[in-house]
Design a protein around this ligand. Structure first.
Ligand code: DC
Length: 681
């Protein structure tokens, strides 16, 4: 997950390959509750791991369900409709999909079996109305107390006496989630008679009610539906575990990759696994809209393949009421269309995570589009020829804003763009995608490709013990970039040479060894660890003797040449920070920003001294000083790739700076240079 302040997306050129999407949030939490109320154990596969599902799992555990997590599968042994815990204070975070059905289920259970339960959440949760559900439960005889403000959580459910003889009324025109809560929980009390629910007002979000009915059927409960006004739960309904259940991938999340295929699936399709033509989610109908714009889609029950069809995309005029969330993706696809796209009947956008009509209009305009917005529609005309602008996209703490605007990174392909002058797209606060798709950007980078020279590189070069490794890795973390510690490649070669008894004067043998790195010899870098052929060598390569060997073999031109391609291969999306001696001069001469550290020898020696002492190595400051000087001399005076600043490097004397100050200084240069440092024309 990207937790950086912003994420710079380099221009993307093609999309293709396979990805698996995380489970649907709506399905995940419904399945968890149904499994928790059922008799027997349910193995839930492909559950979404997100804040909302965590909250639901914790609540079920507190209520006495047995829950075992095995990798992607969660085994839940349900209550079989009987309370085993009669008192619990449940913290629901900000999970609307958890608090609503749990309130209904616990109100009914407490009224029939006794017990007192409180449900509370974060402050924002206490501002989200639940009055329509409370108003439906109280006439049934449930005791529901609002502990702070009437109609809002926190709530206490404290017994009561049920009277189910009259139809149960619930409003359906504000949120369909209250009806879902009743449908999911009323089978608990259906032993004696049919239960009738009447919807008051025009029911919105019908596709979500279809998901609820569908999942109830999987758990053995056949609700009878009369139009969208009346629902009947037959007498004697009982939750029965299906044994296993797979959570489909989220169809709204699929929309971004369907769009990527339509825009950039040129040579090969984007294949999406986990959701397909048999989906029970309403947003799957996004496919029809994408096809109308030009996408070529083939599908199976649980997969989709999408490639570019008509190009440029066709502008459309569409009533989007049936796909409100996925329709946001169409607004960004409109940037690649000929003509004006009009999305209608989207008033609900105004009351979502943010006012999505206003937000969409503001951010599309930043890119150069012409946008007309109304109360319940939006019209998007792509930027005029050469009218594309670099844009830093504000995301309003709205996961869908972040995800759909990432598609603007394909702008070099747009019919009105100059393909040789792509614009930069910066996504602010990328972590907001965690609401439904924590690894969204990782998934995007898995199926998107671009020219290597469009992937930005920051180089950090400098002498031994100048702190470049620490600086470079901190920069990589702050920007969400890949990281190359090039010295480690020389050290790994040194370690293997010493272990295999290769003479350090034998440049040919050393060159041959270096050529095998990344080929016959497998390498893996994760965080602080380096794995060579499956063995953790992180400690071994830092040994003094290995540093000496690396220093010697790095002077051989053949060795340096052998490691060149391997180093270049680290240039991956969304960017790279590389540290070493010749990153800016030889390996990445086209780097967007080159930093050269010039800390004084005395200061570097003191740092190294402190480091070694803390490791229990006994050595004097003088010894270190002369060792550093000898190494500096060797690095500077070798014939190939000597240590020196690149002509266009920015010098940074970090002798008197803390690590944080050095990082902030370089990030300051990076931000000041945006967007030109990223896209060099
Ligand atoms: O940065 P370091 O101490 O881990 O590097 C180990 C050795 O590798 C060092 O003696 C210099 C050499 N090296 C190099 O020649 N070129 C690089 N880009 C990185 C390291």
């Amino acid at each position: 997950m990207y937790t950086t302040a912003f994420l710079d997306l380099p221009p993307l050129l093609t999309a293709g390959g396979t990805l698996r999407l995380p489970g649907s949030k709506s399905i995940s939490n419904r399945v968890l509750l149904l499994a928790g109320l059922s008799e027997g154990t349910t193995a839930v596969h492909d559950l979404l791991a997100s804040d909302d599902t965590r909250v639901m799992l914790e609540a079920l555990r507190a209520l006495g369900c047995d829950i075992q997590q095995n990798g992607d599968t969660v085994h839940i042994t349900g209550l079989a409709g009987k309370l085993s815990v009669l008192q619990a204070d449940l913290f629901m975070g900000n999970a609307g999909t958890a608090i609503r059905p749990l309130t209904a289920a616990l109100a009914l259970l407490s009224a029939t079996q006794g017990g007192v339960f409180t449900l509370s959440g974060v402050p924002r949760m206490h501002e989200r109305p639940i009055g329509d559900l409370v108003d439906a439960l109280r006439p049934l005889g449930c005791v529901v107390e609002c502990l702070a403000n009437e109609g809002y959580p926190p709530l206490r459910l404290a017994g009561g006496r049920l009277n189910l003889s009259r139809p149960i009324q619930v409003r359906g025109d504000v949120s369909s989630q209250f009806l879902t809560a009743l449908l999911l929980s009323l089978p608990l009390v259906s032993q004696e008679q049919d239960l009738v629910i009447d919807v008051v007002g025009e029911l919105i979000s019908k596709p979500y009610i279809e998901i609820t009915l569908n999942l109830l059927a999987r758990f053995g409960i056949q609700v009878q539906r009369q139009g969208w006004e009346r629902f009947v739960i037959p007498r004697g309904s009982r939750y029965q575990s299906p044994g296993h259940i797979h959570v489909e991938a989220d169809a709204s999340s699929a929309s971004y990759f369907i769009a990527a295929g339509a825009i950039a699936g040129i040579e090969e399709p984007v294949r999406i696994e986990g959701v397909g033509s048999a989906s029970i989610q309403g947003d799957i109908r996004f496919i029809e809209a994408a096809e109308a714009m030009g996408a070529k889609v083939t599908s199976g029950a649980n997969w989709l393949e999408v490639r570019r069809g008509a190009w440029p995309l066709q502008a459309i005029d569409l009533d989007c009421n049936h796909i409100p969330d996925a329709a946001m993706t169409l607004a960004v696809m409109a940037l690649y269309a000929q003509g004006t796209t009009r999305l209608r009947n989207i008033a609900s956008w105004r009351v979502k995570e943010t006012d999505r009509i206003a937000a969409m209009a503001t951010e599309l305009r930043k890119l150069g589009a012409t946008v007309v917005e109304g109360d319940d529609f939006i019209e998007v005309t792509p930027p005029a020829r050469d009218g594309w602008q670099h844009a830093s996209i504000h995301t309003y703490d709205d996961h869908r804003m972040a995800m759909c605007f990432s598609l603007a990174a394909f702008n070099a392909l747009a019919p009105t763009a100059d393909a040789s002058k792509p614009v930069s797209v910066r996504i602010e606060d990328p972590r907001c995608v965690a609401k439904t798709f924590p690894d969204y950007f990782e998934a995007l980078f898995q199926v998107a490709q671009t020219r290597p020279d469009w992937i930005p590189v920051i180089t950090v070069d400098g002498p031994t013990a100048s702190g470049k490794g620490t600086l470079a890795s901190a920069l990589a973390t702050r920007l969400g970039y890949q990281f190359l510690d090039s010295g480690s490649l020389y050290r790994i070669t040194g370690l293997l040479a010493v272990e295999q008894g290769i003479d350090l004067d034998d440049d040919k043998a050393l060159e041959q060894l270096a050529r095998q790195l990344g080929e016959a010899i497998s390498l893996r870098f994760d965080h602080e660890h380096i794995w060579v052929d499956g063995r953790d060598v992180s400690e071994a390569v830092r040994r003094e003797e290995i540093g000496q060997a690396a220093s010697r073999l790095s002077a051989y031109p053949g060795v340096r040449q052998a490691l060149l391609e391997l180093q270049k291969a680290f240039r991956g999306l969304p960017g790279l920070v590389a540290d070493g001696r010749d990153m800016g001069t030889v390996v990445f001469p086209d780097a967007a920003l080159k930093v050269f550290l010039t800390a004084a020898v005395a200061e570097r020696a003191e740092r190294r001294h402190r480091q070694l002492i803390s490791k229990g190595v006994s050595v004097t400051l003088d010894e270190i000083c002369s060792d550093l000087e000898a190494r500096d001399l060797r690095d500077r005076s070798r014939a190939v790739a000597p240590l020196k600043p690149a002509q266009d490097a920015q010098l940074l004397d970090n002798s008197a700076l803390t690590i944080e100050q050095s990082v902030d200084t370089v990030l300051g240069w990076w931000v000041a240079g945006w967007p030109h440092v990223i896209v060099r024309h």
